[in-house]
Design a protein around this ligand. Sequence first.
Ligand SMILES: *Cc1c(COP(=O)(O)O)cnc(C)c1O
Length: 524
Amino acid sequence: MTAPNQSGWRPEMQVAENGLLGGPATTTGNRALMLEEPLLFEIGRADVTGVDLPVVDASAPNRLAGLERNAAIGLVGLTEPETVRHYTRLSRQNYGIDLGFFPLGSCTMKHNPRLNEKVARLPGFADVHPLAPQATVQGALEVISQLGEWLCKLTGMPAVAMSPKAGAHGELCGILAIRAAHEARGDAREVVLVPESAHGTNPATAAFANYRVEDIPATPEGRVDVAALKARLEVGGPDKCDVAAVMITNPNTCGLFEKDFREIADAVHAAGGYVYCDGANFNAIVGKVRPGDLGVDAMHINLHKTFSTPHGGGGPGSGPVVLSDALAPFAPLPFVRRQADGAFYLVEEEHREERGPSFGRMTAFHGQMGMFTRALTYMLSHGADGLKQVAEDAVLNANFILRSMEDILHAPFAASGPCMHEALFGDKDFTGGLSTLDVAKGLIDEGYHPMTVYFPLVVHGAMLVEPTETESKAAIDQFITAFRAVVERALAGDEALKQAPYYAPRRRLDETAAARKPRLVFEG
Ligand SMILES: *Cc1c(COP(=O)(O)O)cnc(C)c1O
């Protein structure tokens, strides 16, 4: 590797790629106004800083009790303008919903209305401190309380725990409440049943809560096999059921509504178990179906998916959990209550007489305030009719894609009827050794963030496309044109697709090596 030149470029990085664009290689590695950007360690210098602090007398007495650093920290610095450019250039290599279509199935990457952002930035919400005296943050507590009420109303459930900070965290909250409920009645059970198509967080949650995870098989139509589930509940005979709970995603990750959910819930309850519903796909049924009517005991709601807050890359989330009467007494602390005089207060200590033996806390404080204000703003600006339309339009858009692709792309469950808010395809018919990965990379060259790939695991080379309700017909038509073109290449065994992407800031990366053997230290 040659040393970076003064502006940081390693010319060989880009030469080949410029060649692929058909033009001559550039000296800088830049492509017109798309600028390359090396790592901070390549362009920064240890003796440079963007801040001008007074020189400290290292020999002066301090209060660090001998723990002061006595060697250089080894971090490089940049000037302020260099810093601004570094991060701005990197941001231009990023992709987000504000740039274009983002059909990442299961993730619900919808437009984030700017009104949400405006409200979340109001100082009374943005600047509150979690330890501020409660009398001074009544408005913030009212937001938590009102949002919780709407979540209960939309789901038809009697109680809600607001503090979990993401979907997976909400799953843990629900499963811990289920564990507490079983333990309270002295009924130790060991097993949680999870369908094969479930999101990886479901079995991980159950295992984390010290349950043994067993698969529930699926029918050829892509739904839970009810007969197999009932047979499993009966193993061991009457009164000997070891199943603590089932965790079922509805609509499921194959993009289908679990029509037999009520029957499943009744069977699980009859066997003394509880029903956890993964509510990540609530976007497809919000305002249309109330999970409480289906026999759900606990369900997390990814506010950042259904109720639209910016998310991704582990970014801010919020996963409130609605609970049935059976589980409500075990909900985590703290929770908001309203006094007779209308003032709000937080219950921070366990009040057995009021709500029973809470299983404990999920977080230090009350949850993600910024997500609460965004989600409540989203609900109030949509209204009941608007939320219902969210579900209807999301489902319509997904079905439009399903029916526009199924003549050329294997759609394993298309015969089961309409899908919900995501369309699922497989790579069965590709030739020449081409696979789903090649189609995903080809879509990047066409300017599209790929759909979710290789999930759910029940479909070979799965492609899970979720357009969401916020895309226009024109945008979806354009996507279908590009998607069809790339799929046609995969069907024809086009060798060139194996090298895609050609035009991305980086060519095809070894993603497996990057995940399994990450290089976390810069070695020059
Ligand atoms: C996103 C998702 C989760 C996990 O939610 P996070 O908020 O990412 O923790 C769980 N199940 C399904 C089906 C999901 O799509």
